[in-house]
Ligand binder design. Sequence first.
Ligand code: T5A
Length: 345
Amino acid sequence: MTWASSAHGLPGVFISFEGGEGVGKTTQIRFMESVLKKAGLDVVRLREPGGTTVGENLRSIVLDAKNDMLNDRAELYIYEAARAQIVAEVIRPALERGAVVLCDRFVDSTVAYQGYGRGLDPAFVRQANEFACQGILPDVTVLLTVDSTAMGLRRATRRLGADRLELAGTEFHQRVNEGFKQIAAEHPERIHVVASTSTKSAAARAVWDVVGGVLRDAFGVEPPTEADYARLDKLRRRPGGGGGSGSRGGRQGGGNRHGGSRDGQRHEGGQRRDGGQRREGNQRRDGGSKSEQQGERTSRGDQRNNAGARGRRDSRSRGMHGGAQRGTNERSNGQGAAGSEGARS
Ligand code: T5A
């Protein structure tokens, strides 16, 4: 298996968003999620590291600024451990039932950060990725870029201060961004570079240019409307990120976006191992911040709409995969979408 041939052979669509710090991945993923949910699709929005109880616990360790002694090799294994868990527990089941998986970072981040950034052997990092991914790779990857590393770091840290990775220094992040460019050049069939420098809606239009084709072919989804784009530009972050009051000490500046927050536990608190009812008991009541909402699985409960979308999809070929047909996309018991309602914020 090579990273270039990433078809996972499952009925769902897997889209990852990549890039350096503060490039706007979360903004774009949330927008896309809302558009796809409006179209009646089963959407699973995730972040890496995170998205499972184990993954969120690992995230709190790896991003905690207090853990500045963490060895680079240990860091690699933490990211891969979180990935192995989210692939087995969430991504594969979601793709099997025909969902759209939107993931904030995936394997390319590990090559860029641990390979290019930390200087670990990229070939080994890729092998570790393969081991963790168990054959699951994104169908499409959107690589968001900003004009400069400094701009991204400013955007990333202005609300909540810096986490352990963001504190790694400008040169580290320049190597990471250079790494992303090289990775994109190696995989032009999968990775598409989108500038995220002007307005959010301008970036969103460019993102749709990249992913719209596969989503239309798969599900018959229409592009976002002008009103959708206009709403995106009006969105404002809550002051302080809205991530709750408890400082976990993970981030300089006292925020709790990454470090050991209860949020991570809460995302997946009711999961079962069978994947079917995993979202029960996982309900958020405070409608909070980006970090709280990432890692949650969302889907639209309207089974009729979903069935319609699936029906459209089943009859279409997958242009981005060399014309390969996907199988039918029926859920065996409908549990996934019903259960996922509990996770909505
Ligand atoms: N990591 C991760 C590794 O080292 N190895 C790995 O294998 C993996 C998976 C994860 C950290 O872990 C590292 C990489 C990271 O350092 P994280 O919180 O997920 O930590 O970090 P980021 O992914 O960088 O999240 P950020 O919040 O920092 O950035 P986003 O999500 O890219 O940006 P977003 O959408 O939150 O936007 C940031 C700000 O910019 C504004 C937004 O409103 C927001 O204020 N913005 C724009 N402003 C103007 N124009 C636009 N087009 C804008 N888009 C967004």
